[in-house]
Design a binder for this molecule. Structure first.
Ligand SMILES: Cc1ncc(COP(=O)(O)O)c(C=O)c1O
Length: 374
């Protein structure tokens, strides 16, 4: 089965990991600091690495101070973790509908959803196309809410010349194998705000405070460390950070290939009937994680099944988050975000990954053409 997404690992990646395995450090050594510096160079803001994209979101919401009674406004067109990690901190999730063109959270819907209890607004750069951060900031700032960017899909993307990672107050990344780069499991949080960054760093390290100037009992002894707020162990080990730094060296090549494949899909699928292709807004330069088409005429399920039968691993991204039974049991009902639901009903992600060959891509296009009858 041709996968819809897949890692690209070359000899330089293997050597980086092997070298870390032979070093004195398996975890929390020099490769963590190096990977964080390398992420900063791409994301335009200092980084804290964590164990995956889900824990990055948990860390970001914790750093933002999200707690019981707060509201978090987010998109339903995302992986459940964007909402569930805030819910686990006690927040009430308020879903704002998406824009029809990009499937990203609609600033007008966010504006309507914000209340005096809104602690954070979390956007997702769906498929790698950035959300409308300038418009979102105009809403988050007067509301006193922390703007969070879930950039699990979009490391390497720029928005009006600025890199994803520097656009929101806190940005989260995932380095899962299907994503734009991988550390197997892995993630990161970036922020230009030192207060949020420090809270993120402490949260991923059990909440330990080791800076004597901040200790309640600084004279206890040189061994002393304190916990002021609860945290978890979300540390990404050196061995995986070595892979991350090696992958980041290849990011420009990854971007070029994903853009080439996207342009080929745009061209080859332009005349296939019954399909709507993704768009790219003015001023954005996306590193695309997904190539999401819309299958019109109520045929998405049939096309999904026939593509799978043809050995092509298409995917659907995503079931609207509030359709998950856990949200249904909390009282959320279908119909809340009609634009997201219409998008879900038609969405199909075609294979897109760096090592996808032109001929395999041609096979995807031909299979679609056959099914849709052109
Ligand atoms: C939008 C989005 N957010 C968060 C995550 C969670 O990332 P991870 O799988 O690394 O925990 C993913 C990945 O599936 C995602 O696509």
């Amino acid at each position: 089965m041709l996968p819809y997404g897949r890692q690209s690992i070359d000899q330089s990646d293997v050597e980086a990991v092997v070298s870390a395995l032979g070093s004195d450090w398996l975890t929390t050594g020099p490769r963590v600091a190096q990977f964080e510096a390398d992420i900063e160079a791409v994301a335009g803001a200092p980084a804290v690495t964590v164990t995956n994209g889900t824990t990055a979101l948990h860390t970001a919401y914790a750093a933002a101070g999200v707690t019981t009674g707060d509201e978090v406004v987010t998109t339903p067109m995302t992986f459940v973790a964007t909402a569930s990690t805030a819910a686990m901190l006690g927040a009430k999730i308020v879903f704002a509908d998406v824009e029809d063109e990009t499937a990203n959270i609609d600033p007008a819907a966010v504006e309507a959803a914000v209340t005096s209890r809104t602690k954070a607004i979390a956007a997702v750069d769906y498929a790698g196309h950035p959300a409308e951060y300038d418009a979102l900031r105009k809403i988050s700032e007067p509301a006193g809410a922390v703007l969070i960017g879930d950039a699990a899909h979009s490391i390497g993307t720029t928005y009006h010349g600025r890199p994803v990672g520097s656009l929101a107050d806190v940005t989260t990344f995932s380095f899962f194998p299907t994503k734009n780069l991988t550390t197997a499991e892995g993630g990161a949080v970036t922020s230009l705000r030192p207060d949020l960054l420090q809270r993120a760093r402490e949260f991923r390290m059990i909440g330990l405070v080791r800076d004597r100037s901040r200790m309640r009992y600084p004279d206890e002894g040189a061994w002393h460390q304190e916990v002021h707020e609860f945290g978890l162990n979300y540390r990404l080990p050196d061995v995986l950070c070595a892979l991350g730094s090696s992958q980041l060296k290849r990011l420009a090549a990854f971007k070029a290939r994903r853009q080439q494949l996207t342009a080929r899909y745009d061209e080859l699928l332009a005349d296939v009937p019954g399909l709507r292709l993704p768009i790219q807004r003015e001023g954005v330069d996306p590193l695309r994680h997904l190539y999401p088409v819309r299958v019109l005429g109520g045929r998405r399920r049939e096309v999904f099944e026939r593509m799978r039968e043809a050995g092509i691993g298409v995917q659907v991204n995503y079931i609207p988050v509030y359709w998950h039974p856990v949200f249904e049991d909390l009282g959320y009902r279908r119909g809340m975000c009609p634009v997201a639901e219409a998008f879900y009903a038609e969405e199909l992600s075609l294979p897109l990954f760096v090592d996808l060959s032109d001929s395999d891509q041609d096979r995807v296009v031909e299979a679609l053409r056959t099914i849709l009858g052109s």
